[in-house]
Design a protein around this ligand. Structure first.
Ligand SMILES: [Zn+2]
Length: 295
């Protein structure tokens, strides 16, 4: 009996190490451009705060340097930093440093090709409000690529809600351009910035509702994070206001009301998603799964 128990324990440990968070069939990643972690405590964001209270979170996650957009969206989705993928600037369309490796999809491996190659039947979706995302994703590895163009964040969120309800993708990535726009035009830490965050929160609420309406709430993990924060009317520099990003995770298998103390860098996002689904990470990745967020 004792031996049987040991075998069972070893078996369950092995399952844990290879992850596959039990019952999770969907991950929805919401990336809010220019959403500094500094703003969370003072922001009126009931939907986001509910995700925190009923999930796990860190307000000390960090972007990669420079604290700019394209290099960080690449890092978040590609599980590695700029030294590896080579996208170094706010609007990089091709890597300024040649990527250390590229896949058959033509660019550095991202979570999309990791899913496509290891779960070929799984549906994935990328819906984005900034066209700078387009060169950073492997279109041929994604089922639904939907650029928002000039239609903006509400279009992207409504489209994503509809995709989640109708298609129930294994992985859905939604990029929204706010609050970055207000940060640039009016400024970070301004009343207008906090006002915009209420709209960002309403959009997050729409996605949470779509997951409920799809009937997949109990088998879905929702993640909310950002590419970078900001200071005054910009970002790209070295202040913590620019570097620290929120990292919030909620859903099946995730600890509740738990502040994650582990170090989180934005490339850990892709690594965590791969780990949730029990997928092998490419050797070129540098992210680690944020296991502290899970039961
Ligand atoms: Zn940005």
């Amino acid at each position: 009996m004792k031996r049987l128990l040991t075998v069972i324990c070893l078996f369950s440990l092995a399952l844990q190490l290879s992850a596959q968070v039990k019952h999770v069939k969907h991950v929805v990643l919401i990336g809010c451009d220019g959403f500094g972690a500094y703003a969370v405590p003072g922001a009126k964001m009931p939907n986001l705060k509910h995700l925190m209270e009923t999930g796990s979170w860190s307000l000390k996650a960090r972007c990669v340097m420079p604290s700019s957009s394209a290099d960080n969206w690449a890092s978040m989705l590609m599980g590695a930093g700029i030294t590896e993928h080579g996208y170094t600037e706010w609007n990089s369309k091709v890597p300024e440093i040649p990527s250390v490796t590229i896949t058959k999809y033509g660019i550095f491996p991202s979570i999309f090709s990791v899913i496509r190659d290891q779960k070929p039947g799984a549906k994935t979706a990328a819906i984005y409000s900034w066209d700078g995302i387009a060169p950073l994703i492997e279109k041929d590895a994604i089922d639904m690529v939907i650029p928002g163009g000039d239609a903006g964040d509400d279009f992207c969120v409504d489209t994503a809600a509809s995709v989640i309800k109708k298609q129930k993708p294994l992985f859905t990535f939604i990029h929204v351009s706010q609050p970055d726009g207000v940060g640039h035009n009016i400024g970070h830490r301004t009343p207008a910035y906090y006002e915009e965050l209420q709209k960002v929160d309403a959009r997050i609420g729409k996605i949470v509702q779509a997951v409920k309406d799809a009937g997949i709430e109990n088998e879905t993990i929702i993640m909310v994070t950002a590419d970078h924060g900001g200071i005054n009317k910009g970002h790209g520099g070295k202040s913590l206001d620019e570097i620290q990003i929120p990292w919030i995770i909620n859903g099946a298998g995730v600890k509740k009301n738990h502040e994650i103390k582990d170090v989180i860098i934005t490339y850990d996002t892709a690594a965590t998603i791969a780990w949730i689904f029990g997928l092998k990470m490419p050797q070129s990745w540098r992210g680690k799964p944020v296991t502290d967020g899970f039961d």
